[in-house]
Design a protein around this ligand. Structure first.
Ligand SMILES: CC(C)(COP(=O)(O)OP(=O)(O)OC[C@H]1O[C@@H](n2cnc3c(N)ncnc32)[C@H](O)[C@@H]1OP(=O)(O)O)[C@@H](O)C(=O)NCCC(=O)NCCS
Length: 172
């Protein structure tokens, strides 16, 4: 995990009254993470999926904490030249306070400002797409029938040029 430089960061975004710290996500956080995960997704990750991603050398996993409770998390993994934003979620009662923005910007700082990052998102997930566009991701095509629960396509987004990550033009 590229956590050098991951000293705990304390910030206070607009709308939040508590002190927010960003730190490495730990296995001990999983009960709180799973509670947020299950309130955030129709097809939530299982505990085993979190453990599998978090145990990889090439994974960056961050938690945002307020008053000792995890309120948001992010998991990003590197495959070949590109980082994949695998999961990001904010506790429903804490949304629109820039917590996801803070986590994503922190991850960009840790992987390097030029590192290409990609993700898949449901086209119906307007709030996530608005967040990703706001933070600099752009759409680069779709994956047909990507989501097994309803067969929905995935919108593919990139931050940076996919060609810089060795992705041939037109193949996204
Ligand atoms: C998507 C999600 C992570 C956003 O987290 P968040 O902390 O509320 O997002 P932020 O406050 O950082 O939003 C940053 C910007 O994104 C846009 N945005 C975020 N949520 C939005 C919404 N519901 N409607 C419209 N724009 C939205 C806005 O431009 C916002 O800036 P603003 O509040 O100053 O207008 C959160 O809604 C969530 O956990 N959803 C469920 C899980 C999920 O869908 N994860 C993404 C999977 S691909």
């Amino acid at each position: 995990m590229p956590n050098s430089g991951l000293n705990e960061m304390v910030v206070r975004p607009p709308g939040e009254t508590g002190r927010i710290s960003v730190r490495e996500l730990a296995y001990a956080d999983l009960p709180e993470v799973l509670s947020i995960e299950r309130r955030s997704f129709t097809g939530p990750w299982s505990p085993g999926m979190f453990v599998a991603e978090m145990s990889k050398e090439s994974t960056l996993a961050l938690a945002a904490e307020i008053d000792g409770s995890v309120v948001a998390y992010l998991i990003m993994s590197r495959y070949d030249e590109a980082w994949h934003l695998m999961n990001v979620a904010v506790a429903p009662e804490r949304r629109r306070n820039h917590l996801a923005t803070i986590l994503i910007r922190k991850s960009f700082g840790l992987i390097g400002p030029e590192a290409p990052v990609t993700l898949e998102v449901r086209p119906s997930n307007r709030s996530a797409i608005a967040l990703y566009e706001e933070i600099g991701f752009r759409s680069y095509g779709a994956r047909k029938g990507y989501y097994p629960d309803n067969g929905e396509d995935a919108l593919i987004m990139w931050r940076g040029d996919p060609a810089a990550a060795g992705v041939p033009e037109g193949s996204t």
